[in-house]
Structures are given as structure tokens and as C-alpha cells.
Design a protein around this ligand. Structure first.
Ligand code: SF4
Length: 458
């Protein structure tokens, strides 16, 4: 009963977060950078920030996450971190020999006004960047935004720093997968390849943060989008950007820089979200949908139909990242569940309106708030109890306190595995989500059923 002091009475709060529903921008920037082949992320700030970013990613993915830091001292905090960063770039290329260094700022380096464009130019001028090597960078102050905006900024940085347009088209489709798991990126690519489409996915953390145990340590795992492919994104036929918050900035920057048209979609979570993704691929690449994809879809429809009685009318509270919550809300509504409390820690004006639009025909009142926290979610649950809670690991304290069936979903998940290996996007991912929801609901039904209703077949 760790959260037993959460009061039922809700008071207006603007200057205080309690149990945040987000992490800091550089964590997303670091995650995006890990999806580039041969890339070493670099945190321009103090060692403490970098240690927090790395450890959060390591605890979520259960993989070692390498990153360098400018190691600010009191002196650099006052006089600026330029010399630290130029020296770091020199050391990193000399000692670790990455293909790319991806620099992101922190609260401190942003506050003192370090200018990454100017500092990286100086590093180039001073010959600290060997021929054929690259630096990409993004501004990621954490007193605004969240890990999702940090991710978006770094993906946009890839476009700004590397994408090129030549006169020769590459015949490929760009896919920006959004802030999703490595397993999701794999599934998003698999669907496109099943349709016979060549893709450049950026970033791509599959085989970086969910690779196999080989008995050998690779500082730069084999996965990730290559620099050549990133340069070539300017010559692709089109871009599909999945998740507005995480992916639209890069897609629009590429459209402006190289004239590559983009289609910005919600994440392909659940039936309709995946339908729209498959349909966009079909139209943009002028291909037809193969039987294998239709079969996957049919299986998902079948399971939803078979088990509909257990979903119908169940109230759900969800917390997480905006792109996931929008897609998840649509999915829950489509299977006749009621997402009654929806909270994201990421700021954004459109989020609340989108959720209210998706839920407007439900026969229940829906609470939704962006830039909010898990304390708010807990208060709402106290006033209007739910049948299921879907949130990252931190949701388990609310679930325990209120005795609610709980599904871990989102970022970070620190106390379970599976998220890096099993997708929740696409039709196959939809099946996994449905399985998780059913497991949680039926598990509770088994626990609470009187003996005469304790059933073997449900
Ligand atoms: S100081 Fe800012 S960048 Fe550093 S860990 Fe804290 S929130 Fe993140």
C-alpha cells in the first residue's frame, strides 16, 4: 500500500509533478541514436545525466548501452562546454572509432547556451572528424518535452545532418517507425517486406537492443540503419511516418529538404491502425496485399470475435506516450472496451482533443490529460474505479494499491522482459495485446469466482 496517501479529492496543480508519466528528452535521443549502425551516442552535459540515461535504457532493454559524455565540471558549467565536446569528439574517434557520433544536449548545456551547430563546425575545422566519419546532433533540453520529443529531435537531426538528394531515385520507401520497441520495428519492416517493398527504416534498433547472445561483445552491434541508407533517404519514393509526436518532425524536415513526400499515420497498433499502415504501403508502392497479411488480419478478427464478451464494457485506465495512447485508445474502443482515464506526461495540444474525438460516442465520461502524471491517474481511478490498468512499470504501485489487473506496456518496463522480443504493432502484435488483455481479465475472474462459477472453459 505504498500509495495509500493519494487523496480522492482533486485539486488544481500546475507547478508540481508527482510520479511523472515520462522520462527526460536525452533518453529518447540516445535510443534513436542506437538505431544507427556504428553510432556512439554522446551526452553533452554532466556524467550524472549520462549515467541516468544509459541506466534507464539498460534496465528496460537488459542490454549494455554505450554512450559518451562531455563530463562537465564546475568550470564548463560556467564558461561553456565547447572545449570538452571538441576534445571528446577527438578522443571518441581515436579510441572507439565509431562511424557516427550522435550528440544531444542536456538541461545544463542548454541552459548555459551551448550551440551544437557551432561546436561541431569547429570540430570539423580543427580536423577532429576523420574523413568518412560523421556527427549528427540534436537539441534536447529536458525542462521541456519528454523522451518522445528527444527521440523526435534526434531523428530530425539524422535528416538535417545526413539526408541527401541526388538525381537518382533508389526505389525504396522510407519508414520512420516512431518510439517503439525493437521488436515492433522488426514487425513494421516485416509487413513491408511481405508486400514486396524495399525500405529504409530509421532509426532501427532491431538487432541492436534485442540481438542474440553470441558469446562475443560488440561495442557496435550489427543492427541499425547505415549512414549510406540515411543519406539515401532523400532519394526514396516516399516516407511513411508512424506516430505524430515521435516521427512527424523528421518526415516533414525530409520533405522540405529533399522533396520526399510523406504520409504521417498513427502507430499501427490494433486492427484499424494496422489497416491504415498496410493501405498506405499498398497505395504508395502500388502493390497488392498478399494472402499472408490477410491471414494475419483474419486471425486477429477471429480472436476478437471469439472473446468479445470479456472485453465488452470493461473500463480501462491507460498511461504512457501519446502516440501509443492514441493508437491504443482506438483499439480498445474498437473491441468495445472503455478507456475512461488517459494520461500522458508528454506535453502536446492535440493529444486531449484526439482522445476525446476517439471516445466521444462512449456511454461514459472520459478523463484525459497531457503533460500530467500518475498521481492524477491514481486520483481519477479512486473516483471512478476501472477493470484494467495499462501503464509502464511504475503503474504497478497503483495496481497493487487499488487491486486492479495490470498490464505493463510502454516505457520504461524495468521488472519484466518480452517487450523487446514480441511486437505489439501489426496484426500479430494485436494478437499479443489481445492475449495480454484477456489473460489479465480472466486471471482476475478465476481469482474472484465463487466455486460454482469457477469454469474450465471460458
Ligand atoms: S538534468 Fe535534465 S538532462 Fe540531466 S538527467 Fe535531469 S532531466 Fe535529464
Amino acid at each position: 500500500m505504498l500509495l495509500r496517501h493519494t487523496p480522492t479529492e482533486i485539486k488544481e496543480r500546475s507547478a508540481l509533478s508527482i510520479n511523472p508519466a515520462k522520462t527526460c528528452q536525452p533518453i529518447g535521443a540516445m535510443y534513436a541514436a542506437l538505431g544507427v549502425k556504428g553510432c556512439l551516442p554522446h551526452s553533452h552535459g554532466s556524467q550524472g545525466c549520462c549515467a541516468y540515461h544509459r541506466s534507464t535504457l539498460t534496465r528496460h532493454y537488459k542490454e549494455p548501452v554505450m554512450a559518451a559524455t562531455s563530463s562537465f565540471t564546475e568550470g564548463s558549467s560556467v564558461f561553456g562546454g565547447q572545449s570538452n565536446l571538441v576534445q571528446a569528439i577527438d578522443n571518441i574517434f581515436t579510441i572507439y572509432n565509431p562511424e557516427v557520433i550522435a550528440v544531444h544536449t542536456t538541461c545544463l548545456s542548454e541552459t548555459i547556451g551551448d550551440d551544437l551547430t557551432q561546436i561541431t563546425r569547429k570540430a570539423h575545422e580543427e580536423g577532429k572528424v576523420p574523413a568518412g566519419k560523421h556527427i549528427i546532433y540534436a537539441s534536447t533540453p529536458s525542462y521541456v518535452g519528454s523522451h518522445v520529443t528527444g527521440f523526435a529531435n534526434m531523428v530530425k537531426g539524422m535528416v538535417n545532418c545526413l539526408s541527401e538528394k541526388t538525381e537518382v531515385k533508389n526505389g525504396k520507401m522510407n519508414i520512420i517507425p516512431g518510439y517503439v520497441e525493437p521488436s515492433d520495428m522488426e514487425e513494421i519492416k516485416r509487413i513491408a517486406s511481405e508486400m514486396g517493398i524495399s525500405t529504409i527504416m530509421f532509426p532501427d534498433t532491431s538487432n541492436v537492443l534485442n540481438g542474440p547472445q553470441t558469446g562475443r561483445y560488440h561495442m557496435f552491434p550489427r543492427g541499425g540503419v547505415s549512414v549510406e541508407d540515411l543519406k539515401s533517404t532523400g532519394d526514396s519514393m516516399a516516407t511513411i511516418a508512424l506516430g505524430k509526436t515521435a516521427s512527424s518532425a523528421a518526415a516533414l524536415a525530409l520533405e522540405t529538404k529533399c522533396g520526399v513526400k510523406c504520409d504521417i499515420l498513427d502507430l499501427p497498433i490494433g486492427l484499424h491502425g494496422t489497416d491504415r499502415y498496410v493501405d498506405a504501403l499498398r497505395k504508395m508502392a502500388c502493390v497488392s496485399v498478399p494472402d499472408s497479411i490477410n491471414r494475419d488480419r483474419g486471425q486477429l478478427v477471429d480472436v476478437i470475435t471469439d472473446m468479445h464478451q470479456y472485453f465488452y464494457g470493461k473500463k480501462v485506465a491507460i498511461a504512457g506516450d501519446p502516440d501509443q495512447l492514441i493508437a491504443l485508445t482506438e483499439f480498445l474502443v474498437s473491441i468495445d472496451m472503455y478507456p475512461v482515464h488517459v494520461v500522458t506526461g508528454t506535453p502536446g495540444k492535440q493529444f486531449e482533443k484526439t482522445i476525446l474525438d476517439l471516445t466521444k460516442h462512449l456511454p461514459v465520461k472520459v478523463n484525459v490529460k497531457s503533460h500530467s502524471d500518475l498521481f492524477m491517474l491514481h486520483q481519477w481511478i479512486k473516483n471512478e474505479p476501472v477493470d484494467l490498468l495499462i501503464a509502464n512499470t511504475y503503474g504497478k504501485y497503483i495496481a497493487r494499491d487499488e487491486d486492479i489487473p495490470f498490464i505493463r506496456y510502454g516505457f520504461p518496463i524495468l521488472d519484466r522482459v518480452g517487450h523487446s522480443y514480441f511486437p505489439t504493432v501489426g496484426y500479430k502484435g494485436g494478437l499479443r495485446l489481445v492475449e495480454k488483455i484477456l489473460d489479465a481479465i480472466l486471471e482476475r475472474k478465476d481469482r474472484d469466482a465463487p466455486e460454482e462459477n469457477f469454469e474450465l472453459v471460458m
